[in-house]
Ligand binder design. Structure first.
Ligand code: IPE
Ligand code: IPE
Ligand code: MG
Length: 246
């Protein structure tokens, strides 16, 4: 069987990002409420995080809640926030055991106080960990991220800290939430949808995209191994010809 132990450790994605989609449909298929899907999604998160840490992937970024997800029914938003708090409390041990540093991107201050506080606490308690950086995208929207970066740069231009001619990709990068991370190498989306849903638009410019037809709660070690093996067999040309890469 394909397991993370049998995976080729060379040519792993340095930055893996996942759009964890399909919790609601997973529950519906079983005749249950959407909440049940989210609860079971947490188990898939734990397994995936542990497997990526074992693989020594440097950066794992998980899309947990988008800016658009605020428009869901209040009861569902509340459940998701409650699950966030309880998982953060429960998983601190797992993070520490696996030497994982927690990070968050998005409009974090818009989260309910309790979630905000718990998140900051776990971030601070894991900040010395030197293994994988696990980033949760929470109240995250890529367009908002880019808009914020533009605003910050505009202020610096106005105050003569940056001149317009000097604005380059590096400067833009340093004003994004992801300023201390490399670009995404591999982006996985579960649930069979083929869209990006406002996730890391700038950072996926050259990412390899991988869509898998399982709902998030069913995403297992086997699916992770398949996605990574598929990635390892691709030729990333970055605009060059195949011959140039030889
Ligand atoms: C992903 O599952 C979790 C979040 C977006 C928070 P969904 O809740 O989107 O499940 P589907 O896509 O409706 O099945
Ligand atoms: C994307 O899933 C956001 C997260 C996984 C957190 P959605 O379920 O919100 O995406 P759409 O609405 O189907 O595009
Ligand atoms: Mg969805």
């Amino acid at each position: 069987m394909n397991t993370i132990d049998t995976i080729n450790k060379e040519n792993l994605p340095k930055h893996l990002a996942i759009i964890m989609d399909g919790n609601g449909r997973w529950a519906k298929e079983k005749g249950k409420l959407r909440v049940f899907g989210h609860e079971n999604g947490v188990t898939a998160v734990r397994q995936t995080v542990e497997n990526c840490a074992k693989l020594q992937i440097k950066f794992l970024t998980l899309y947990a809640f988008s800016t658009e997800n605020w428009n869901r029914p209040k009861i569902e938003v509340e459940t998701l926030m409650r699950l966030l708090v309880s998982s953060l409390k429960k998983e601190l041990k797992t993070l520490t055991k696996n030497n994982i540093r927690l990070n968050a991107i998005g409009n974090i201050s818009s989260l309910p106080k309790k979630a905000h506080r718990e998140l900051n606490e776990v971030i601070s308690k894991t900040k010395e960990n030197t293994g994988m950086t696990l980033t949760l995208a929470l109240s995250y929207g890529a367009r908002e991220e880019i808009k914020n970066a533009i605003q910050q740069i505009a202020v610096k231009v106005k105050n003569n800290i940056i001149s317009p001619e000097n604005i380059d990709e590096t400067i833009i990068n340093t004003h994004l939430y992801t300023h201390d991370m490399p670009d995404v190498d591999l982006l996985i989306r579960t649930s069979g949808e083929h869209r990006i849903s406002n996730f890391l638009l700038w950072q996926i410019a050259y990412a390899e995209l991988y869509f898998v037809n399982v709902f998030w709660p069913d995403f297992s070690e086997l699916h992770l191994v398949e996605a990574i093996t598929n990635y390892q067999n691709r030729e990333r040309r970055f605009g060059k010809t195949s011959e140039q890469l030889k």
